[in-house]
Design a protein around this ligand. Sequence first.
Ligand SMILES: *Cc1c(COP(=O)(O)O)cnc(C)c1O
Ligand SMILES: [Zn+2]
Length: 433
Amino acid sequence: MSTGTSKTGTTTQVHETSGGTVLREGAFGNARGLVCRECGATQPLGPHYACLECFGPLEIAYDFPEVTREQIEAGPRNIWRYKALLPVPDDIESSPNTEPGFTRLLWAENLGRELGITTLWVKDDSTNPTNSFKDRVVACALSAAVEFGSKVFACPSTGNLANAVAAAGARAGIKTVVFIPSNLEHPKQVNSAIFTDSLVAVEGNYDDVNRLASEIAGEEDGWAFVNVNVRPFYAEGSKTLGYEIAEQLGWRLPDQIVIPVASGSQLTKVDKAFQELIKLGLVEDKPYRVFGAQAEGCGPVATAFKAGVDAIRPVKPDTIAKSLAIGNPADGIYVLDIARRTSGAVEEVDDDAIRDAIVLLARTEGIFTETAGGTTVAVLKKLVETGQLDPDLETVVINTGHGLKTLDAVSGRVAPAATIAPTYDAFAASGIV
Ligand SMILES: *Cc1c(COP(=O)(O)O)cnc(C)c1O
Ligand SMILES: [Zn+2]
């Protein structure tokens, strides 16, 4: 890092990455540097993800200026309204991106009645540009990749991330290479291949794909793997879910929130967002409880939570919730910390409960969720039934993806009620009314 002088004459810092790329002044907005979550050691901003002292994960630290509700409300109806709180430049809106976020927060009166919850909201992230919450994190990773001068935009993915990376790269005009487990749902494969000519199906599970990606990142120069070597920047995108929920509730925090857990990144960042809003004085400080949702076929964090232990034992995933099928979750230990600190929990449900919950959400609220959302709604139901979640407190459940991507999961449950000849008599005899 060297020191330079800006146009206004104040002393500013010019950062140089390990690859020698000189970063634009303000390339990362109010971000100040990278800090290790384990030992607190700091590093300058760059395409780094592991602490030089202890190999712990790095995250972004900021020097926030004063940020007001009015400033945010005057911003665009996408995640860039929160750009002052993200590691992105002030002119982020002018670089081509998919403009994700500001999705609906729906009052789920019918589902609430069904589950016995007084006040329930669904944060519906299935309406993002590629129909999952991953567009948020990818938009932040893309900004970083562009600032680092990366020539390839890549990821190992359980499906939705590949869709989001491929689409964002197409729009930005950057080459993309996306890696998925070869047994992934067909719609998710098509949803990537439509945007990129470099979809790579790997014979193995997500953890194998992830290992391969780390190896490639080490061998090849100029590759930005969104969730590997630019992970600290990527992960910050999930904070926008927390900001939006608070803003859409009228600048206050919910009492309880239920969030799906794959790597655990989203859950930890929603908590970080709530903490930042409190520190910035944008919402009133109050207790809130964070609950994590996993599938039984891949529930290493839920298992550790219930056992009351700190270490997470990796598992071999076997569940229909493929977007949550990470057997060795990078942020699992932080999920445990947050669930315990906030008097929440991490719970798991089986595949049948996931299928039932997909149908339940559709029939009560008109929202078609994928298996991850089925997992989250099923866990919400189980939390009420087991008395872990207070049904009289205001609760938000996050729907992170769209059901059209996992049609097979429910194709055995829903079908035409009758197939009839095109006559009134046939209809009358069908028993439909
Ligand atoms: C990736 C993903 C998640 C969870 O992601 P984390 O790795 O825990 O941040 C949840 N839902 C869907 C649909 C996803 O694609
Ligand atoms: Zn460290």
